[in-house]
Design a protein around this ligand. Structure first.
Ligand code: HGY
Ligand code: MN
Ligand code: MN
Length: 403
C-alpha cells in the first residue's frame, strides 16, 4: 500500500508554490521563478524515491528508476492555468512519485525501467500554446512553434534559453522506447460524481483547437459618432461570440469557449477599434473539430461583413484527439475491481499530455472524481480517500506493467 499521508503532504507543499494568498488560486507558469521552485521540490521527492533526475532539451523533468531497454512512463504536469487548482497535473506527478517510492521501499526490482515525467508547459497559459514537453517527446514540436510569444513578446525559444536549455535539434527529445504510458489525473468534470464512483478509466481524450480571432473596426469618438455609422469592433465581436455559443448549443458532444478577450484602445469614451478573442473548440472526433472550425469562421465572417469590420483568424494550437490502449484500460479495470470498486469507463473532455504521447506509445489514463466537477478554479477538490484509493490502483497497474 502507498503512504497516503506522505502523498497528501507532498500535494499540500507543492500547492503552496505560486499560490495567491487572497484567492487561493495557483499561478505557476512555465519558465518562471515559481516553476523553478516547484521543479526543485519534485526533484527532491524523486531523489528520495530512489530516482535519478534529468532534464531534457525542452525542460521536461524526468525521474528514472531501474534499468532496462523498455520504459514504463508515468507523468503529468506541474504548470497551471491562471488561478488554477491544486490537483490538476500536480496529482498525476506526485502520485507517480509515491508509487515509485513505495516500490523502492518494498525493494521490488521491476523488470522494466520506470520513468516519471513532469511535462513542460501542458496548459499553454503563458504562450497561448501548450503541451510543449509532450509534443517534443512525441516528435510533434516544430521550431516554428517555439517562435510563439508571451504577452511581453518573449518567445518560447528565448524563454527556454533563459532557462539554460538548448532545444535544438528537437529530434533529440523524441522517444521511441516507451512501452506504455500511464497518467493519473482529476476528471475535471461531473461524470464520476454523478455515478457515485471514486475513479474511472479513460477510453479517449478530446483535443483542443485554439483560435485567435481579431476584429478590426474604427476607433471613433463615443459622443460624436452616430450609432448607425459606427464600425464598432467590440459589438461585432460580441455578436460573433454569442453566435459561436448558439452554434455549439445545437451540437451534442462538441464544446467551444471564448476565454480571453482584449479591447483596444480600451477607453471609456472611445468606440473600440480592435478586439482580439480566443476560441477553444473541443471534440473527440478530429473531423468534427475541423467542420466546426469552418462553420464558425463562415458565420463570423458574415457578421463582419454586415457590420463593416474586418476579420482575421489564426490557429494558436491544434492537437489530435487520442484513444487509450485497450490492454492498459483492462489493466486499470482489473486493478480497480481488485480494490472492490466498480470500474467505469469514460471519455476525457479535458486535454492531457497523454494525447501527444499516444503518437509514440500505447497510453492509459486513470481519473479521480472531482467535487462538483469543478476544475481550473481554486475550488478544485478531490477527497483524500479517493486520491489514496486511486494511487493504490495506479501502484498495482504499474507493478503489473513494469514486470
Ligand atoms: O485545456 C485542457 O484541457 C488542459 O487543462 N490543458
Ligand atoms: Mn488543466
Ligand atoms: Mn491537466
Amino acid at each position: 500500500m502507498i503512504n497516503g499521508s506522505r502523498l497528501l503532504k507532498h500535494l499540500h507543499d507543492l500547492s503552496q508554490i505560486g499560490r495567491n494568498e487572497v484567492t487561493g488560486g495557483i499561478n505557476r507558469f512555465s519558465f518562471t521563478p515559481e516553476e523553478k521552485q516547484a521543479i526543485e521540490l519534485i526533484t527532491m521527492y524523486m531523489e528520495k524515491a530512489g530516482m535519478t533526475v534529468t532534464v531534457d532539451a525542452v525542460g521536461n523533468i524526468i525521474g528514472t528508476y531501474g534499468e532496462g531497454r523498455e520504459t514504463i512512463m508515468l507523468g503529468s504536469h506541474i504548470d497551471t492555468v491562471p488561478e488554477g487548482g491544486k490537483y490538476d497535473g500536480a496529482l498525476g506527478v506526485l502520485a507517480a512519485i509515491e508509487v515509485v517510492q513505495t516500490i523502492h521501499e518494498q525493494q521490488l526490482s521491476p523488470a522494466k525501467k520506470i520513468e516519471i515525467v513532469a511535462f513542460k508547459d501542458e496548459e499553454g497559459t503563458r504562450f497561448r500554446f501548450g503541451l510543449i514537453g509532450s509534443r517534443a517527446m512525441a516528435g510533434l514540436l516544430t521550431q516554428e512553434q517555439l517562435l510563439q510569444t508571451d504577452a511581453s513578446g518573449i518567445s518560447i525559444e528565448e524563454a527556454m534559453k533563459q532557462f539554460q536549455l538548448s532545444p535544438f535539434p528537437l529530434e533529440k527529445v523524441k522517444r521511441n522506447d516507451i512501452q506504455a504510458y500511464l497518467e493519473m489525473h482529476i476528471e475535471q468534470g461531473k461524470v464520476l460524481e454523478n455515478e457515485g464512483l471514486p475513479v474511472g478509466v479513460v477510453t479517449g481524450i478530446a483535443a483542443p483547437l485554439w483560435l485567435e480571432v481579431t476584429v478590426t473596426g474604427v476607433s471613433e469618438h463615443a459622443g460624436a459618432t452616430p450609432m448607425l455609422i459606427r464600425q464598432d469592433a467590440l459589438t461585432a465581436a460580441s455578436e460573433m461570440i454569442l453566435a459561436i455559443e448558439h452554434l455549439l448549443n445545437d451540437t451534442t458532444d462538441s464544446v467551444a469557449t471564448v476565454g480571453k478577450l482584449n479591447v483596444e484602445p480600451n477607453g471609456i469614451n472611445v468606440i473600440p477599434g480592435k478586439v482580439t478573442f480566443t476560441v477553444d473548440i473541443r471534440d473527440i472526433d478530429e473531423q468534427k473539430i475541423s467542420n466546426l472550425e469552418n462553420t464558425i469562421f463562415k458565420k463570423i465572417q458574415k457578421i463582419a461583413e454586415r457590420r463593416n469590420v474586418t476579420l482575421t483568424s489564426k490557429v494558436l494550437q491544434r492537437v489530435k484527439p487520442a484513444k487509450t490502449d485497450p490492454m492498459i484500460q483492462q489493466q486499470l479495470i482489473n486493478s480497480i475491481e481488485k480494490h472492490g470498486v466498480q470500474s467505469y469507463s469514460l471519455i476525457s473532455g479535458a486535454g492531457h499530455d497523454a494525447m501527444n504521447i499516444a503518437a509514440v506509445a500505447p497510453i492509459g489514463m486513470l481519473f479521480v472524481r472531482s467535487k462538483d466537477g469543478i476544475s481550473h478554479n481554486p475550488l478544485e477538490f478531490s477527497t483524500d480517500e479517493d486520491i489514496i484509493l486511486a494511487t493504490n490502483i495506479l501502484y498495482d497497474s504499474v507493478v503489473e506493467l513494469a514486470n
